[in-house]
Ligand binder design. Structure first.
Ligand SMILES: *[C@@H]1O[C@H](CO)[C@@H](O)[C@H](O)[C@H]1NC(C)=O
Length: 342
């Protein structure tokens, strides 16, 4: 009897321990009429999310509570990306017709326009900031040239880049950028402020600023296929790209590429790819990474070589705190979650 009791205790202990070592997705808020694709985690307490139906959400207590707001005058707009600097200051990007960027300095109570462009065919996809001042916004090609605008003053003013260099890539029909998570552009922390951008559709390429570097060995050739997200680890001089086919979101064909940019952009595939189409990828540490998409969430503990499905819940975007350890996710129906790590 006593032996059995001890055996049960040991068993319970094992179950408890193995649970304790799992990565768990903890849903914090959901059930709202918005599809969230923009997410910015300033630190472990301050989280901003943005989405369709003019919606912005903000938490200043680590996600215990969210304040939801609809940006006045922009109730129908789709804010596909948000970049935040603190609890009060953030920038949101409405994709098209006209493309608009708004900024708040009072926690979202008031927003003012810092960029507007009504060029036909204009479609903004994503923003990234190197620091509090210097940032870039990427839009779909217009007249076969990439749309880029940069800011040097924290998004107060934006300057369209007018590159006329022969180096500038010419886009074929059907190649564009996905606006699925605001993460297909990423600064490289080098001496010069340049950034990596990944494209999809008829072709999927990697661009350094506006110059094409390489065709990506990723699933492509159709509107729903291609690279959706890139993350860079400056210290390792490595990067990772995810995507696939959003119209077939359990397909794992060519949905993830690792690369080494120290070594002339050598691309390689993971041994165990993420379990389906993925719209966002993020380094949590040098070894640990997270990726998410409509068919689930995967974690890698070995630098992106092998991926383990930790949830089949749908998310569009996952982000780690810029200053901190917390990792949050967001998706359809106003769902916001936190990754609970062992
Ligand atoms: C936006 O709001 C409308 C009206 O309430 C709703 O029908 C629609 O589903 C919402 N969109 C999303 C993506 O939730």
């Amino acid at each position: 009897m006593r032996k059995k009791f001890i055996a049960v205790l040991i068993l319970l202990g094992c179950i408890y321990q193995s649970n304790g070592q799992q990565n768990i997705i903890n849903v914090l808020d959901s059930g709202r009429k918005t599809s969230l694709r923009g997410l910015c985690v300033v630190d472990d307490n301050i989280i901003w999310a943005s989405g369709s139906n003019g919606t912005v959400a903000r938490s200043v207590d680590g996600g215990k509570t969210f304040e939801w707001l609809t940006v006045q005058g922009f109730e129908q707009r789709d804010f596909r990306d948000v970049e935040a600097f603190d609890a009060n200051t953030a920038i949101i990007m409405a994709v098209a017709e006209p493309a608009v960027i708004l900024k708040t300095k009072d926690g979202g109570k008031n927003w003012y326009k810092v960029f507007e462009d009504s060029t036909k065919g204009m479609f903004l996809d994503a923003m990234d900031f190197r620091d509090r001042n210097y940032g870039v916004v990427v839009g779909d090609p217009i007249y076969q040239r990439i749309f880029l605008a940069t800011t040097g003053n924290g998004g107060e003013t934006w300057k369209k880049s007018e590159t006329t260099s022969e180096m500038e890539a010419v886009f074929p029909d059907g190649e564009a950028f996905f606006a699925s998570s605001g993460t297909n552009v990423k600064f490289y922390n080098g001496k010069k402020p340049f950034f990596y951008i990944v494209s999809g559709g008829s072709h999927s390429n990697l661009y350094v600023s506006y110059i094409q570097v390489n065709t990506l060995p990723i699933n492509q050739g159709k509107e729903s296929k291609g690279a959706n997200s890139i993350d860079i680890n400056n210290k390792l001089q490595k990067g990772i790209i995810v995507g696939g086919d959003f119209a077939n979101d359990k397909d794992t064909t060519g949905n993830c590429i690792l690369f080494d940019f120290k070594n002339q952009f050598q691309f390689y595939h993971p041994q165990t790819p993420p379990h389906g189409y993925r719209s966002c990828v993020e380094y949590i540490s040098e070894k640990k990474l997270i990726t998410c998409g409509t068919s689930g969430v995967d974690i890698s503990n070995d630098g992106g070589m092998n991926w383990q499905l930790i949830s089949t819940q749908s998310f569009h975007v996952c982000q780690k705190a810029k200053k901190g350890r917390a990792v949050f996710l967001a998706g359809a129906n106003g769902k916001i979650a936190k990754l609970k790590t062992p």
